[in-house]
Design a protein around this ligand. Structure first.
Ligand SMILES: NC(=O)c1ccc[n+]([C@@H]2O[C@H](COP(=O)([O-])OP(=O)(O)OC[C@H]3O[C@@H](n4cnc5c(N)ncnc54)[C@H](OP(=O)(O)O)[C@@H]3O)[C@@H](O)[C@H]2O)c1
Length: 259
């Protein structure tokens, strides 16, 4: 059996397009998210357009046992993963003390704990085969603290740090690990996070297609960190020359914004 690519958060936005890009390369796929109806429709569409195997799995990846359950199901079916797109994630806008703690804890679980656990479950087989690739969805938010989205920015700093460390650990063992850092991108993310009327999403918004193109290139070229889009690259480069306090204040104004 050919090794599969696993895409989390494939029912919308970047995840759907990552699944499409991999299917277009003829890769058999496992796609995971909570919304079963959407996954089934996407799987049927990819099978008919690209003639590849697509296994949809409806699962809440924020649940404590989700990574174990997912890999147990894959092992049962004899599926080996050689490409992991750790994409599922969400954010929430608001003052830290006023945002619901359970929701913020779920964000840490999904964006950090599950992402870390899926890397841990996938890496041994990749290392044994001396072949494999992991793309972790970080964000430009990983490069600075983000008042009024404090927990989200902190989760992405975790993803950025973990991914760079893993990149270094496995680069001589035939395995690629990259962190993709998009800026504001036209998906369902802004609506879920309550950001549609923020200044952040009224500025330079990338298309999901461009971000996925940059992500696939990062994976291919084994870039430890890939910032998507020129304006985001300039912003991240500029952060080196701006005092930390000024950057924090700018992020606060962008997130607090109007409304
Ligand atoms: N769009 C941006 O501006 C932007 C910028 C930087 C980084 N990112 C990152 O890019 C990644 C993809 O986001 P997107 O922009 O494509 O957002 P999106 O359109 O909202 O898609 C998020 C995906 O994650 C899935 N998901 C959310 N909670 C889940 C859970 N508990 N269990 C399983 N799946 C879950 C959603 O599916 P279900 O609802 O069906 O579960 C959906 O498929 C995220 O990690 C995000 O932080 C996005």
């Amino acid at each position: 059996m050919l090794p599969y690519a696993l895409v989390t958060g494939a029912s919308a936005g970047l995840g759907t397009l990552f699944a499409e890009a991999l299917a277009a390369e003829g890769r058999p796929l496992v796609i995971v998210a909570r919304r079963r109806d959407r996954l089934d429709a996407i799987a049927a569409d990819l099978r008919s357009r690209f003639g590849t195997q697509v296994l949809p799995i409806a699962l809440d990846l924020a649940a404590a046992d989700a990574p174990e359950m997912l890999f147990a199901q894959l092992e049962q079916q004899g599926i080996v993963i050689d490409t992991l797109i750790n994409n599922a994630g969400f954010g929430a806008r608001g003052a830290f003390a006023e945002l619901d703690l359970t929701m913020q804890s779920e964000m840490v679980d999904l964006n950090c704990r599950t992402l870390m656990a899926l890397c841990h479950r996938a890496l041994p087989a990749m290392i044994a085969q001396k072949n494999g690739a992991i793309l972790n969805l970080a964000s430009v938010a990983g490069f600075l603290p983000g008042p009024y989205m404090s927990t989200y920015y902190a989760t992405k700093a975790f993803v950025l740090s973990l991914s760079q460390a893993l990149h270094e650990e496995v680069k001589d063992r035939g395995v690629r690990v990259s962190a993709l850092c998009p800026g504001p991108t036209d998906t369902e993310f802004a609506a879920v996070a309550g950001l549609t009327n923020s200044r952040l999403f009224q500025m330079n918004v990338s298309t999901a297609k461009d971000v996925v193109r940059d992500g696939m290139a990062a994976l291919r070229d084994n870039k430890a960190v890939a910032v998507a889009g020129l304006s985001n690259k300039l912003m991240v480069a500029g952060l080196r020359f701006i005092p930390r306090g000024l950057a924090r204040g700018m992020a606060a104004r962008l997130q607090k914004g109007r409304g």
